[in-house]
Design a protein around this ligand. Structure first.
Ligand SMILES: C[S@@+](CC[C@H](N)C(=O)[O-])C[C@H]1O[C@@H](n2cnc3c(N)ncnc32)[C@H](O)[C@@H]1O
Length: 219
């Protein structure tokens, strides 16, 4: 992270409608979009988990007019923001948000309704318990097409090590808040847990600001 970033950066606050989350999203949305442009199919269905304000899904959707985008979150309070951003962007291919709580199987989508070509989730793990991967992998096992993929974006440790000094500094900063589930998670722990649900890590892509896109799928 550069000195300019640190000066501009609002105080860390994981609330999805906070200035900090908006700031982070404005920095990461173009790098993520350029990877998605390489990976997304031309047609089909895309599910976002933990959509928050809806800033990503509504930013990406116009670039893929033949795809149908489904936003979701466990916090129904963010749905108005998702719909407002959809209206602002004029997105015709973004559905109404649905409530999916990754810790509650009763809220998970039914494969009889729809299967997805892509499932993605952005910046959830650093403010959630690592066990959230169990929910994500089980949702993917249920509703991801056999040739679809699950993309997880965020900063991670790899093999119990920080990949950069800036990720170590960021982790120390969030750990200092002493919220038990906050902190960088390890790609290996995600991989192990996902494997137990029949979902495997296929690729680990490096993105700017020392983040990754982890690509998972069915074996
Ligand atoms: C830091 S915000 C990131 C939001 C958005 N992905 C972004 O990058 O702007 C984390 C999001 O995870 C959601 N979340 C937390 N726990 C969840 C759970 N158990 N199931 C589904 N969503 C959850 C929160 O409501 C919040 O919208």
């Amino acid at each position: 992270m550069s000195v300019i970033d640190l000066v501009d950066r609002p105080a860390i606050d994981p609330y999805p409608l906070s200035p900090y989350v908006a700031w982070a999203g404005n920095r990461n949305r173009d790098p993520i979009l350029s990877v998605f442009k390489e990976l997304f199919p031309k047609t089909g269905d895309v599910l976002e988990l933990a959509s928050g304000s809806g800033m990503h899904i509504n930013y990406f959707a116009p670039h893929f007019p033949q795809l149908r985008f489904q936003p979701s979150d466990y916090d129904a309070d963010v749905f108005e923001s998702i719909k407002a951003k959809r209206a602002e962007a004029g997105d015709a291919n973004v559905a109404d948000p649905v409530r999916i709580d990754l810790t509650n199987p009763e809220t998970w989508p039914d494969p009889k309704d729809r299967l997805y070509d892509v499932i993605f989730v952005i910046n959830l793990f650093q403010v959630a318990p690592v066990s959230i991967i169990d929910g994500i992998a089980q949702v993917a096992a249920r509703v991801l097409k056999d040739d679809g993929f699950l993309a997880i974006y965020g900063p991670f440790k790899v093999d119990a090590k920080y990949t950069t000094q800036s990720n170590e500094d960021f982790d120390k900063e969030i750990l200092a808040a002493k919220v038990p589930e906050w902190g960088l998670k390890d790609v290996r722990d995600l991989e192990r847990a996902a494997n137990a649900h029949g979902i495997v890590l296929k690729q680990q892509l490096g993105l700017p600001a020392n983040n990754f896109i982890l690509l998972f799928g069915k074996p």
